[in-house]
Ligand binder design. Structure first.
Ligand code: FDA
Ligand code: PGT
Length: 451
């Protein structure tokens, strides 16, 4: 007979999303088990640019990375136009993390405060009873044991594997799939540079549809002479291999790379979050729930937010002793208001950007159709204001490219509309389908308006 055990909460996946969930649930007397397929020393080790805004740590009350967990402090981002003639400097504090070190520190703190952790342990299948999530069957490669784990709440924190939620019957809303076009394929290397890096506290982002169609190149300093360099390209468009782009353009964006110390790639979802991140007895967090920022592809901060919201909703469910989707619904309300609504609006901006030819981006950045301040506002709040006053707008549009300006205004107005729709995110599950239909309608209208 199969070994059996039971917990209050089973967290599958110990990346940023799962570990943060565990961290916020720790020290409360709950029985929490977190499992990860990887051995302890590799948890948190996934291909990433490792840049996270300081704001996220402050907002959530998470500890700052310190010592070996912090590779470099960040003071801002420089964004280069495709022709490299315009450079925007966006100031803002952040960190270049040693992600595995920070991730494992959070997990160790949770462990010390009572969370059980099993490494080298994989969840193979969810346990669904009467349509409710009841836990998962897991296999521990250290002990060679298959265990049937029952839990009041099961958290899918499996990243892009999405390995629990995708095994549920298709009618359940958390099984929503990812369209290839709503993701970027990203690849990065870490390398030692030949010379000391200039402005080593500024991240560099290079926009170019030629060298990174539907994405961008980045050059993130990790120290005096160490850099994380890579690119993302939009999926589903037939653009070809990210590795070929990498080899072809590395010399343009990182001519100083001398010795590669780390390489790897993965998928980056660039869409709004799952319509619902909860089901009966279940919560989805992080990449598995599509919590990444659609415009810059950063997902670690928002994975932490989703972990925070998940823990809060689970605490409430524990308090009232009810683990239905209706009680866990607070997760949706929390995440939507903290980040999901902004993602929805940025998804539209992302679609617009991905269709813009380099010449338009060069023009727009040079003429200040969008300015640094607008971009900051867009990335912090998800609202797009056009800097140029109406008069100037008419002047510029009289000169050239009125269509670009008209499009921008259309995009801005849809971004506002979609935020309003998210302001009315349903408070109960029963309203979800109707709300979703209205939302999808708006996205379809937007797609039509862009063409
Ligand atoms: P993550 O994938 O980290 O964790 C999932 C965990 O679940 C893994 O540890 C895995 O082993 C485990 N798992 C999966 N299935 C399992 C199963 N069945 N049983 C047990 N365990 C299982 N973000 C950012 O903020 N700044 C940046 O600079 C970048 N740059 C960047 C570059 C590149 C190349 C990519 C591909 C991505 C980024 N991102 C980023 C995005 C960021 O990496 C991502 O959003 C987060 O790391 C997601 O964290 P999660 O915890 O959701 O998943
Ligand atoms: C265009 C589609 C792109 C698809 C995605 C590509 C995928 C690439 C792979 C992933 C690389 C990960 C890089 C992660 C960088 C992290 C940047 C970061 O931390 O951003 C901060 C914080 O944002 P936040 O949302 O986490 O937190 C907000 C707040 O602090 C919390 O309260 C903010 O970053 C910025 O402001 C910079 C935005 C960069 C945008 C890059 C591309 C824009 C191109 C602009 C061109 C416009 C021209 C228009 C002309 C008409």
């Amino acid at each position: 007979p199969m070994k059996e055990s039971s917990y209050d909460v089973l967290i599958v996946g110990g990346g940023f999303a799962g570990s943060t969930t565990a961290w916020f649930l720790s020290n409360r007397g709950y029985r929490v088990l977190l499992i990860d397929s990887k051995p302890w020393n590799r948890i948190g080790d996934k291909p990433c640019g490792d840049a996270v805004s300081k704001d996220h740590f402050d907002d959530l009350g998470m500890p700052y990375p310190q010592g070996e967990e912090l590779e470099q402090t960040v003071q801002g981002i420089k964004i280069y136009s495709p022709d490299m003639k315009t450079v925007w400097t966006v100031k803002g504090e952040g960190f270049e993390l040693n992600a595995p070190a920070y991730n494992q520190r959070i997990l160790k703190e949770a462990l010390k405060r009572g969370v059980e952790v099993m490494d080298m342990t994989t969840a193979s299948s969810p346990i669904l009873e009467g349509g409710r999530m009841k836990g998962a069957v897991i296999f521990n490669r250290r002990t060679n044991e298959t265990i049937r784990v029952e839990a009041k709440v099961t958290v899918d924190a499996t990243g892009n594997a999405r390995s629990l939620r995708m095994k549920l019957p298709p009618g359940i809303p958390v099984t929503e799939d990812l369209d290839d076009k709503d993701a970027d394929v990203a690849y990065r290397e870490e390398a030692i540079t030949a010379e000391p890096i200039e402005d080593p506290h500024f991240l560099r982002i290079f926009v170019s549809q030629r060298a990174a169609p539907g994405g961008y190149w980045w050059y993130f300093p990790k120290g005096e002479q160490k850099v994380n360099v890579g690119l993302g390209i939009q999926g589903g468009m037939g653009y070809g291999s990210v590795h070929e782009y990498y080899r072809k353009y590395l010399g343009v964006y990182a001519p100083d790379v001398k010795e590669v110390v780390l390489r790897g790639g993965a998928l980056v979802p660039t869409r709004r979050p799952l319509t619902s991140l909860v089901w009966d007895g279940m919560v989805v967090v992080g990449d598995s729930a599509f919590t990444v920022n659609p415009v810059h592809g950063g997902g670690k901060g928002s994975a932490m937010i989703s972990g925070f919201c998940a823990a809060k909703a689970i605490m409430k469910a524990m308090e009232v002793g009810d683990f239905s989707k209706q009680t866990l619904w607070d997760m949706n309300l929390c995440y939507v208001s903290k980040y999901g609504q902004k993602q929805a609006s940025l998804e539209l901006f992302r679609k617009f950007l991905q269709k813009l030819p380099d010449e338009d981006i060069d023009f727009g950045m040079r003429k200040g159709l969008i300015k640094e301040e607008d971009l900051v506002e867009v990335s912090v709040k998800g609202t797009l204001k056009l800097s140029v006053a109406e008069k100037a707008i008419r002047l510029i549009s009289g000169l050239s490219r009125p269509s670009l300006l008209m499009k921008l205004k259309t995009v801005a107005s849809y971004m506002t509309k979609v935020k309003e729709v998210y302001n009315n995110y349903p408070t109960t599950f029963s309203e979800l389908e109707r709300w979703k239909a209205a939302l999808n309608d708006m996205y379809a209208q937007f797609d039509a308006a862009l063409d």
